[in-house]
Design a protein. Structure first.
Length: 58
């Protein structure tokens, strides 16, 4: 599933609930997510991080 800024306009509580749901779907149902975000607080619970800097993937 592609998620472009899934928590971008949410308050912290709702953002955490959305992210928890995505984690649960991934763990329980095997749903894969590609998440594009500026919210670095999400990075601690993901399996892989690919950063883009100056238009280049790192």
């Amino acid at each position: 599933m592609l998620a472009d800024e899934p928590t971008g306009s949410l308050d912290r509580e709702n953002a955490e609930q959305v992210f928890a749901l995505m984690c649960r779907l991934s763990d329980e149902r095997g749903v894969g997510f590609v998440i594009v975000t500026h919210d670095e607080s999400m990075l601690g619970a993901v399996h892989r991080v690919i950063r883009m800097v100056d238009g280049q993937f790192q």
